[in-house]
Design a protein around this ligand. Structure first.
Ligand SMILES: NC(=O)c1ccc[n+]([C@@H]2O[C@H](COP(=O)([O-])OP(=O)(O)OC[C@H]3O[C@@H](n4cnc5c(N)ncnc54)[C@H](O)[C@@H]3O)[C@@H](O)[C@H]2O)c1
Length: 346
């Protein structure tokens, strides 16, 4: 199968690209290379005859049309997005332009492409979304595919909007789509502005490790390579029009996650131990969602997918990866906004 992956130079998109090529799929990586995009993430497959890269922006409909015409993919996996909640608080406009208008452009381009080709049976567009569209949970319960949409940040609202557009294009125009909503990912190539890399890299530098509020917010963590496996399963075997919740069944309070990382660093990089002395509680994120948790019963029952990596093992692999890949993360720390406290302009 030839798959057009949007956002394939990002964190999750690049894991999908690497896995899809390893599985023998041809992959066209469409990415604008924003501040979050990095071609080093796909360097391991760049020389493969199965891989092609197209620098294009999904805000530009003509650019998407040209890529579709040039490569004639059998399927589209849509991951390109503005993805950082803190940046969405300071500057929501880019999130509306890429996540909403860009997704609309992609849907229209895909609809046109699919119709021109005589509506081929096997074609599908897979929209990759987040559990943040469901809002914030109390201490109990988990999100199912039937949970009401209740986004609370500009990022989550923009992703919710794109989910609605994708469903509408399926119902109204018959566009063959599948959707998935995933919990927080972590692992190799995670951009150094997100919580887990911030903790690891600040600890290595002997800098304060910021924890928002009291660190009591709960996230449900999934190793990124397990997510990529789930996404290929949804793309190839998911039921059209259906959405799938994907999660690691690995809930942790932020403060406990940070302490787990510090303990791993004490063991794997004892210089500077104990690293938890660097923890500093800082002003909370405005509108900070208290808890996310995914009920992955549907994807487990229908597609036989389950996470293969525990949180303890995944964090160990992640710390080892950052310790061994300074040449990847060091240059990214110089990109705009990285290392600054963002999301306080509410
Ligand atoms: N990171 C998570 O924990 C998580 C969880 C669930 C769902 N998601 C979703 O998965 C997708 C990928 O997330 P990620 O963490 O890999 O994001 P990321 O920020 O690491 O990567 C996004 C990629 O999209 C590209 N991009 C941004 N705007 C673009 C545009 N206008 N045109 C073309 N390319 C553009 C960037 O250059 C980058 O390579 C997003 O849709 C996100 O909402 C993320």
């Amino acid at each position: 199968m030839k798959i057009l992956v949007t956002g394939g130079a990002g964190f999750i998109g690049s894991a999908v690209v690497r896995l899809a090529v390893a599985r023998g799929h041809a992959v066209v990586n469409l990415d604008a290379l924003t501040y979050a995009g990095c071609l080093a993430n796909v360097a391991s497959v760049a020389a493969s005859p199965l891989y092609a890269f197209e620098q294009a922006d999904i805000r530009d409909r003509a650019a998407i049309d040209a890529v579709l015409a040039r490569h004639s993919p059998d399927a589209i996996m849509h991951l390109a997005a503005e993805s950082h909640v803190d940046r969405s608080i300071d500057g929501p406009g880019a999130f509306i332009e890429t996540n909403v208008t860009g997704s609309y452009n992609l849907l229209e381009a895909a609809r046109d492409y699919w119709a021109r080709r005589g509506r081929p049976e096997g074609f599908r567009l897979h929209h990759i979304s987040t559990d943040e569209v469901f809002g914030s949970l109390g201490p109990t319960g988990r999100f199912t595919e039937a949970s009401p949409y209740a986004p609370r940040s500009p990022y989550a609202a923009s992703k919710a909007a794109s989910d609605h557009l994708v469903r509408a294009w399926h119902e109204t125009y018959g566009l063959p789509v599948v959707l998935s909503n995933c919990s927080n990912n972590y692992g190799p190539y995670h951009f150094p502005e997100k919580l887990i890399p911030v903790v690891i890299l600040n600890a290595l530098a002997g800098k304060p490790i910021p924890v928002y509020g009291a660190g009591a917010n709960v996230r449900d963590w999934l190793y990124v390579e397990d997510h990529a496996e789930a996404l290929l399963a949804v793309l190839s075997r998911g039921t059209l029009g259906q959405s799938y919740n994907i999660g690691g069944e690995a809930e942790a309070r932020n403060i406990d996650l940070v302490r787990m990382l510090c303990a791993l660093l004490d063991e794997m990089h004892p210089e500077g131990a104990p690293h938890d002395r660097l923890i500093r509680f800082v002003a909370d994120r405005p509108g900070h969602d208290a808890r996310y948790a995914i009920d992955p019963a549907r994807i487990r029952a229908d597609l036989g997918w389950r996470p293969s990596v525990t949180l303890a093992e995944g964090l160990r692999r992640t710390v080892a990866w950052y310790l061994g890949n300074e040449a990847w993360w060091r240059p990214l720390q110089g990109r705009a906004g990285v290392g600054e406290r963002l999301g306080t302009r509410a």
